[in-house]
Design a protein around this ligand. Structure first.
Ligand SMILES: [Zn+2]
Length: 118
């Protein structure tokens, strides 16, 4: 069973800058001490694009949408949007954890997608 990973970023203890967890030093002040900060609440769509020639992993779809979202506490995320219709920057979405494709060796891949709030 796939347990959803939390969406976690780092908040610099020195200057408060928010950044992705993979960075080792603060991108703003270069310090190395952080607090963990977890995505919370709904998120808004900052920008998106529709991929019309998806990579081979997504062979079951003729196209899909990739979007950048921002949560209420400033964390940003990149992921597929569950629909292609009626998308507008600034609209509210929520993260949903689900299968996004079968890998080329047929392993199921799970991740967050972002679904418009009704
Ligand atoms: Zn900093």
């Amino acid at each position: 069973m796939n347990v959803p990973e939390k969406i976690i970023w780092k908040k610099c203890k020195n200057c408060g800058f928010l950044q992705h967890k993979t960075h080792l030093r603060c991108l703003k002040c270069k310090k190395t001490e952080f607090d963990k900060i977890e995505a919370s609440g709904s998120c808004k769509l900052l920008t998106y694009t529709i991929l019309k020639a998806p990579p081979a992993e997504f062979r079951d779809k003729p196209s899909y949408v990739l979007g950048v979202v921002e949560f209420e506490n400033g964390i940003k995320g990149l992921g597929q949007i569950t629909t292609q219709g009626n998308l507008k920057t600034g609209m509210q979405l929520k993260p949903v954890y689900r299968k996004i494709c079968n890998n080329l060796n047929d392993t199921e891949v799970y991740s967050y997608m972002f679904k418009p709030l009704e």
